[in-house]
Ligand binder design. Structure first.
Ligand SMILES: NC(=O)c1ccc[n+]([C@@H]2O[C@H](COP(=O)([O-])OP(=O)(O)OC[C@H]3O[C@@H](n4cnc5c(N)ncnc54)[C@H](OP(=O)(O)O)[C@@H]3O)[C@@H](O)[C@H]2O)c1
Length: 249
C-alpha cells in the first residue's frame, strides 16, 4: 500500500473530490481525518471507509477560521502522533457569471476564500511537519493561461492559489515538505444532473481532452495517493496535470 502509516487531513471531504481522495488514501493505508462544515456528510464517507477496513475520523471544522483550523490540526497530531498530508478541497463560494454582470463581493469571494483557507490549512500542518522534516501539502485546480468566459472569480482564485503554492514550496522545501497541485481539466462526475448547462459543460470537457476520456473521481484519488506517497518524493513546487491532455503544457 502506498500510504501505510501515513496520517492525512482532508478538508471538504464531504464533497465529491474530497471524498474520492479520502477513499483512495484510506485504501492505500492512510488514517484519514475528514474535515468539513457538515458532519453528517463526512460521517457518511467515513462509515464507507471503515466498512472497507479503513481508518477514518470526522470533525466539523470551518476551514476559514484560524482558530478552528489550528486547534483541529493540533488535535489530529495529539491523537495520531503526526500529520503527513494536508489536502484542502473546500468549495470556494464562486458565482460563475460574466464579469460585467458580477458584484465585487461575488467576484472577490472565491479568491479570498481560496487564499485564506489554503494559507491557514497549510500553515497549521506545516508547523507540525517541520518538526518531523517531512510532509506533503496538496492543492486542487491549477493555473495557466487557459480559461473560459463566465467563470467569475473562480479561475482567478485557482491562479492565486498557485502563487501561494509556489511561495509555500519555496519556504517548506528545505524542511523536506513537498507542495503540489493537481491540475484539472474538469471532473464531469462532480456535476450533479440538475446543474444548469451540465450537458454542454461535460461535452466541452470531453471535447478538449486528447485521450477521448476525462478524469474520473477514482482517477483523482489514485493520482493524489501517488503524489502523497514516498514514491513521488522528487515531486514538489509543481502541478501534476490530470486533464487527459485537455491542458497542453
Ligand atoms: N469539480 C471540478 O471539476 C473542479 C475543477 C476545478 C476545481 N475544483 C475545486 O475543487 C474543490 C472540490 O470540489 P468539489 O466539487 O468536491 O466541491 P464541493 O462539493 O462544492 O465542496 C466541497 C466541500 O467543501 C465544504 N466546505 C465549504 N466551505 C467550507 C469551510 N469554510 N470549511 C470547511 N468545509 C467547507 C463543503 O461542506 P458543506 O457541504 O458542509 O458546506 C463541501 O462538502 C472545490 O474548491 C472546487 O471549486 C473542482
Amino acid at each position: 500500500m502506498l500510504l501505510e502509516n501515513k496520517v492525512a487531513v482532508i478538508y471538504g471531504a464531504g464533497g465529491p473530490i474530497g471524498a474520492a481522495v479520502a477513499r483512495a488514501f484510506a485504501r492505500e493505508g492512510a488514517s484519514v481525518f475528514l474535515a468539513g462544515r457538515t458532519k453528517a456528510k463526512l460521517d457518511e464517507v467515513a462509515d464507507e471507509i471503515r466498512s472497507n477496513g479503513g481508518v477514518a475520523d470526522t470533525a466539523a471544522v470551518d476551514a476559514l477560521s484560524e482558530r478552528a483550523v489550528d486547534e483541529y490540526v493540533d488535535a489530529v497530531v495529539e491523537q495520531a502522533g503526526y500529520v503527513d498530508v494536508s489536502f484542502n478541497l473546500i468549495s470556494l463560494g464562486d458565482v460563475q457569471e460574466p464579469l460585467v454582470e458580477l458584484s465585487v463581493e461575488d467576484f472577490t469571494r472565491p479568491i479570498a476564500t481560496a487564499v485564506r483557507t489554503q494559507f491557514l490549512t497549510t500553515r497549521a500542518a506545516a508547523r507540525h511537519m517541520i518538526t518531523r522534516g517531512s510532509g506533503v501539502i496538496l492543492a486542487f485546480g491549477g493555473n495557466g493561461p487557459q480559461t473560459l468566459p463566465g467563470l467569475g472569480g473562480f479561475k482567478v482564485a485557482l491562479d492565486a492559489v498557485e502563487g501561494l503554492r509556489r511561495q509555500w514550496a519555496c519556504e517548506l522545501g528545505p524542511h523536506g515538505i513537498r507542495v503540489v497541485t493537481l491540475k484539472t481539466g474538469g471532473v464531469p462526475e462532480t456535476l450533479p444532473d440538475t446543474f444548469p448547462g451540465r450537458d454542454d459543460i461535460v461535452a466541452d470537457i470531453e471535447k478538449a481532452a486528447l485521450l477521448n476520456r476525462t478524469a474520473t473521481l477514482a482517477d483523482v484519488g489514485n493520482v493524489a495517493a501517488f503524489v502523497a506517497s514516498d514514491l513521488a518524493r522528487t515531486i514538489t513546487a509543481t502541478e501534476v496535470n490530470i486533464s487527459c491532455g485537455a491542458i497542453m503544457e
